[in-house]
Design a protein around this ligand. Structure first.
Ligand code: AMP
Length: 396
């Protein structure tokens, strides 16, 4: 696996695919710069080596050239975070980009206009990728968030840099973290899968059963498993057509010696509303007119015990409707348990979809070992898929 350490960037122009797809407010101010901060270590390392950086990214989903999706809106923020002046060109290919890249001196940074102003980016067009490739000497992919897409700048371009391509620090870190859970993790290994639906997590569950010793299933998924086993779930969310699948998962887990833990009690509400009446009930006996919206106190205790015995922990998906204050406790307590276990030496990875939002909202970001930056890319990795952007760097 080639990383920045395999190259000397002195006097070289690094063409870096970053993920600067950041949220902007109505006045085009960046409202969350996490992704820019995440790319900083790669950029700084190349500049310190004596190289220059040509940054390329997409922003949003423009249809052709649309000013509101211009990356010029983020120039000031990037400048502030990296601490170096940012030169900007209004097209990512063509003579204007090629001239700006040619004139770039060591220590300087050039940001290219939104890649998706050209539809060839998303279609993975080879000619477009070749035009981009003219801009740099070494291709660096540091955009985990788009590594699951075979786009021109994330995948197709790599073929124009035989032996001159590598992962940036962020992408390397993401790959290492996934490998720590899926391949090299110290046992016992635990996966906590929450969230709304079995259907969106099924491929992950099936893939992960071969890698883990314990599986906690929580959130809305719980009720499909409970009903499938003959429980009464009241008005709780359930995918009736996935009940056979749920039973099959439990059977597979048994065969593979994976201990499955599901909530034994839940906070049931008489409406899907933060101010609904609530009661703690046995998960197998939820009264009609009531729905389980969070893990109950005994479940939280049980999960804590499991989390504390595990040395490698993957967390994907909340244990309840955490967006509502009164149903966030299970998710918060799980975060506390994972933080404590991490403090005791466990490796913990949080990633995919909503879990990152929950972790940030409740301030667990610095209390777990790693928070993934890529929602879809992380989910596909956990499903066992080889991401095209990663494969393209690994090929010669
Ligand atoms: P996902 O994107 O699959 O990780 O699902 C996250 C969503 O699941 C969040 O928006 C939660 O509100 C929702 N969720 C978690 N637990 C429940 C539950 N018991 N009932 C309904 N929705 C839930």
């Amino acid at each position: 696996m080639k990383t920045l350490n395999d190259f000397d960037f002195k006097d070289k122009k690094a063409l870096i695919r970053v993920d600067f797809n950041v949220p902007l407010d109505g006045n085009y101010n960046v409202t969350d710069a996490t992704r820019i901060e995440a790319a900083k270590p790669t950029i700084i390392k190349i500049l310190e080596d004596g190289g220059s950086c040509i940054l390329m990214s997409h922003l949003g989903r423009p249809k052709g050239v649309q000013k509101e999706f211009s990356l010029k809106h983020i120039v000031d923020t990037v400048e502030k975070i990296i601490g170096v002046e940012i030169k900007f060109v209004s097209n990512c290919i063509g003579s204007i980009a090629e001239n700006a890249a040619r004139d770039l001196n060591p220590g300087e940074i050039l940001l290219l206009e939104n890649l998706r102003f050209h539809e060839e980016e998303e279609s993975g067009d080879k000619d477009f990728a070749e035009k981009l490739s003219r801009l740099g000497d070494i291709y660096v992919n540091d955009a985990f968030g788009t590594a699951h897409r075979a786009h021109a700048s994330t995948t197709i371009i790599a073929q124009f840099f035989p032996n001159k391509k590598c992962f940036g620090k962020l992408l390397a870190q993401e790959i290492e973290s996934i490998n720590k859970v899926m391949k090299t993790g110290e046992k016992p290994v635990l996966a906590v899968l929450g969230g709304a639906k079995v259907s969106s997590k099924i491929t992950i569950i099936e893939n992960i059963l071969d890698k883990v010793d314990h599986l906690i299933i929580g959130g809305g998924m719980t009720f499909t498993f409970v009903k499938a086993q003959g429980g009464k779930i009241g008005d709780s969310i359930c995918e009736d057509d996935k009940m056979d699948l749920a039973l099959d998962i439990l059977k597979q887990a048994k065969e593979k010696n994976v201990e499955v833990h599901i909530p034994v009690d839940v906070i049931a509400a008489d409406a899907f509303d933060n101010n609904a009446n609530t009661q703690i009930v046995d998960v197998f006996h939820i009264p009609d007119g009531w729905q389980g919206l969070d893990a109950g106190p005994q479940s939280i205790k049980n999960f804590h015990d499991v989390v504390m015995q595990c040395k490698t922990i993957l967390w994907n998906g909340p244990l309840g409707v955490f967006e509502m204050e009164n149903f966030a406790n299970g998710t918060i307590e799980l975060g506390n348990s994972i933080a404590e276990s991490t403090k005791n030496g466990a490796f913990s990875l949080v990633g995919g979809g909503d879990s990152v939002a929950a972790v940030k909202q409740f301030g667990f970001e610095n209390k777990v070992s790693y928070v993934s930056t890529g929602g879809g890319a992380m989910l596909e990795s956990l499903e066992g898929k080889t991401l095209p952007g990663i494969a393209a760097i690994l090929e010669d």
